[in-house]
Ligand binder design. Structure first.
Ligand code: FES
Length: 369
């Protein structure tokens, strides 16, 4: 699967992620004091499921707000190193002001998510980028079908809450896939919305069709992954836009169904997933040496990405998503050839800005790190 994220403009994102020098000094006085950067104070913390932590954040005045469905870069300093990750606010982007609401799922190999699940507390100050991304509600909408899996619930919940804030009157269907009922981080909130939102219907009937499916079965109930039947009987389906966010398998299943069934509904989707790396000839020899000029260190090229090799050499370069999305790992390659492990593209340009998390050296490479 390829990255379905919108292409970001590197310089803009880089500018948004790099702490401004003035702000670096202000941070020493008071972490929430900033001139240009956005920071946010954690005003409440709760842990709705075993694996998730929900943060309400009060941002500094530089925050420009988000459009429902967009994401931001949250950064936190852990052991002296700033780490950034992408999260989508789940709160409505319309109506009265509300804190930024992030629900973060701790994955087994999720260093930042696990740290926040275990250590987030009220009063903590975190770095926040401006919101980004083109996964947003269209200007005109007749009816909406939201399909999410796991932590993909947050951007589509923000969209649904926004429609409710705007008093949207069309039918809304919300399908969500989780491992088990205990893994649905917004179970009570979804039930309340589904019970209360009438969309202005005269008969007072609920206007949200909530459908929850659990992928981990047991002896009596087999796990239920997306199937075409889950879209049966949806009110207003013919005129609906589909909004999909979740793991690759869910997104592929929905896209395959749309194609196979010849559906003409507009499909909007977003996934924070790494693209499948291009295959490299396993017989190709791995040669060369990496030179980290600022650190004054060298390492034999072992074929992994520059970020991995820099960390193994004892460096701690800035990084975020580690999959070529956020640009927080961008560094200057002074000389040599690198291969983008996602696209296979070779870069022989001197003094080029590269994302070191998705570039591996091909022979000798000198880096300004
Ligand atoms: S860490 Fe996000 S692009 Fe490299």
């Amino acid at each position: 699967m390829s990255i379905r994220l919108p292409r970001l403009v590197g310089s803009i994102v880089e500018a948004a992620l790099t702490p401004h020098p003035v702000d670096s000094y202000l941070e020493l006085v008071d972490p929430s004091l900033t001139w240009r950067d956005v920071r946010a104070t954690v005003v409440s913390v709760n842990r709705p499921t075993e694996r998730t932590v929900r943060l309400a954040l009060r941002p500094t005045r530089q925050w420009k707000g988000h459009q429902a469905g967009q994401y931001l870069q949250l950064s936190v300093v852990i052991d002296g190193v700033r780490h950034s990750r992408c999260y989508s606010p789940a709160n409505s982007s319309a109506g009265a002001w509300s804190p930024i609401e992030l629900t973060i799922t701790a994955h087994d190999d999720g260093f930042v998510s696990t740290y926040l699940r275990d250590n987030a507390r009220e009063g903590m100050v975190l770095g926040v980028s401006q919101a980004q991304g083109g996964f947003v509600l269209p200007a005109a909408l007749e009816s909406a079908v939201f399909i999410s899996g796991g932590s993909g619930i947050t951007p589509v919940l923000s969209m649904m809450r926004t429609l409710i804030s705007r008093k949207f009157t069309g039918p809304i269907t919300f399908l969500h896939y989780a491992r088990t009922p205990a893994d649905v981080s917004y179970r009570a909130e979804l039930a309340a919305l589904a019970a209360d939102h009438t969309g202005g219907r005269r008969d007072g009937a609920a206007n949200i069709d909530l459908r929850l499916y659990y992928t981990r079965g047991d002896d009596e109930n087999p796990g239920r992954h997306f199937s075409a039947a889950h879209l049966d009987g949806i009110d207003g389906f013919a005129g609906a836009d589909l909004f999909v966010c979740g793991p690759p398998a869910l997104m592929d299943a929905v896209n395959a169904h749309v194609t196979d069934a010849g559906l003409t509904n507009p499909v909007h989707s977003e996934a924070f997933v790494a693209a499948v790396p291009v295959e490299v000839d396993p017989d190709e020899p791995i040669t060369g040496e990496l030179t980290f000029t600022r650190a004054g260190r060298n390492a034999d090229n072992d074929g992994r990405t520059i970020l991995d090799q820099a960390e193994s050499a004892g460096l701690a370069p800035a990084s975020g998503c580690r999959m070529g999305i956020c640009f927080s790992c961008t560094a200057v390659k002074k000389s040599g050839c690198t291969r983008n492990v996602v696209t296979g593209e070779l870069n022989t340009e001197a003094d080029a800005q590269i994302q070191i998390c998705v570039n591996a050296p091909v022979g000798d490479v000198e880096l300004d790190l």
